[in-house]
Ligand binder design. Structure first.
Ligand SMILES: [Zn+2]
Length: 79
């Protein structure tokens, strides 16, 4: 199944024949069914799916301080 076929297939999903596939944090990634779940999973790393490794290792989701004050306070002299 190529990307175009997968997109066309996903358009056939409805509430009765598909469900949301969540990532390791429980955030919905894509609507899937038995037919396409393996295909859809190929597009995501196992860490993101929570199947192996750590989600934090592959997804950059750090909260930046709004004014960058934490960065300015950093002690650069520290070895
Ligand atoms: Zn499907």
């Amino acid at each position: 199944m190529n990307d175009k076929e997968l997109r066309a297939h996903k358009a056939t999903h409805d509430k009765s024949n598909s469900w949301w596939m969540n990532d390791g944090r429980g955030i919905p990634l894509s609507r899937v069914c038995d037919e396409c779940i393996h295909e859809v999973k190929k597009g995501y790393s196992p860490e993101v799916l929570g199947e192996s490794g750590r989600y934090e290792d592959v997804v950059e989701d750090t909260i930046e301080p709004e004014d960058g004050s934490l960065l300015e306070d950093w002690d650069y002299d520290c070895p």
